[in-house]
Design a protein around this ligand. Structure first.
Ligand code: 13P
Length: 339
């Protein structure tokens, strides 16, 4: 695959009005999500749930790509079609989570570094064979007393750049995800400082590792106060702080920025994206790669019952449409209640 192919896949993932569905929950994470609706996390329930998402009628008008987990990329629809093929036939690009999770960083209490570089070249080749055209790696940065340290940021940025270079070599578009968590009581200013440091370091490592910016996407957090911060910020403040931080740190050669939702409610995640796109004049596409903010209403409507699949698909299409509107800055709260 040449540079142009990577660039065209990256651009198609941030096509106007569309964004990415993050459906790459690991075993423990999907178990937690299913617990919330009292559904046991069996292989067949996980398969049925992902089939519901991937076969939702009309959703490809708003969803450009879907990130899968290792188990999911090997599963098939009930009529025997491998999930990557189900997605490709619908015009949705299959992607794959390739990191092996954030583990404690030795010597740095409370901080984590993401593992998964060993053997990654071979795993990327296998995933491409299975149909993946993009890959995701998530680094986790926590804000707290004396953290994040510069060392933790560096270790995570280095691993992200190693993964991104290997992904491009394998013909997969890297979606580079350094997530500054919104857990805790920190202020929006503190989140802005940490995000600024993290993104600066990530792009300096990406440059050192000769990653082609035109053939990647960035998946960052928004600049937002911690969930327990007594001073919350309104929608326009989050939008302004986020865009300011990105404009200082993300080169214009990056085709798109696809935000994670990170624990925001579905509505907040849509409102924030909408406000940023409403500001206009950005050098990159501003889009979404939401997990919880797209799936929470779907899980609640599904509850593990086959009879609820149509209602759950309706909920998924609705949330996708709202985020599609936010891509143009055309979301209004009244749309929430539209059928
Ligand atoms: P959330 O949108 O739920 O944060 O998930 C996105 C994701 O892919 C996290 O790695």
């Amino acid at each position: 695959m040449n540079v142009g192919d990577l660039e065209s896949v990256a651009r198609s993932l941030v096509a106007p009005g569309k964004g990415i569905l993050a459906a790459d929950e690991s075993g423990p994470t999907i178990e937690k999500r299913f617990q919330g609706i009292s559904v046991p996390s069996t292989e067949s329930n996980r398969r049925a749930y992902r089939e519901l998402l991937f076969t939702t009628p009309e959703v490809s008008g708003y969803i450009s790509g879907a990130i899968l987990y290792d188990e999911t990329i090997r599963q098939k629809s009930s009529d025997g079609i491998p999930f990557p093929e189900v997605l490709i036939r619908r015009g949705i690009v299959p992607g794959i989570k390739v990191d092996e999770g954030a583990k404690p960083l030795p010597g740095f209490p409370g901080e984590k570094v993401t593992e998964g570089l060993d053997g990654l070249r071979d795993r990327l080749a296998a995933y491409r064979e299975l149909g993946a055209r993009f890959a995701k790696w998530r680094a986790v940065i926590d804000i707290g007393d004396g953290i994040p340290t510069a060392f933790c940021i560096r270790a995570n940025a280095h691993a992200l750049a190693r993964y991104a270079a290997l992904s491009q070599e394998a013909g997969l578009v890297p979606v580079v995800e350094p997530e500054v968590l919104m857990d805790g009581g920190h202020t929006i200013e503190r989140c802005g400082e940490a995000t600024n440091e993290v993104l600066s370091r990530v792009f300096s490592e990406l440059a050192r590792h000769r990653v082609r910016l035109e053939g990647m996407l960035l998946k960052p957090n928004m600049v937002i106060p911690g969930k327990k911060c007594p001073v919350q910020a309104d929608v326009s403040r989050v939008a302004e702080e986020t865009v300011r931080t990105l404009s200082r740190t993300v080169p214009a050669a990056v085709p798109g920025i696809v935000f994670l939702s990170g624990g925001q409610t579905p509505r907040q995640a849509t409102e924030h994206l909408n406000a940023m796109n409403g500001m206009g004049g950005h050098p990159w596409e501003l889009s979404f790669s939401y997990g919880r903010a797209l799936q929470d209403p779907v899980l609640k409507a599904w509850k593990g019952e086959a009879a609820n699949v149509p209602a759950a698909q309706k909920a998924f299409l609705h949330r996708s449409k709202l985020n599609g509107a936010a891509r143009f800055g055309k979301y209004v709260p009244a749309l929430e209640d539209a059928a």
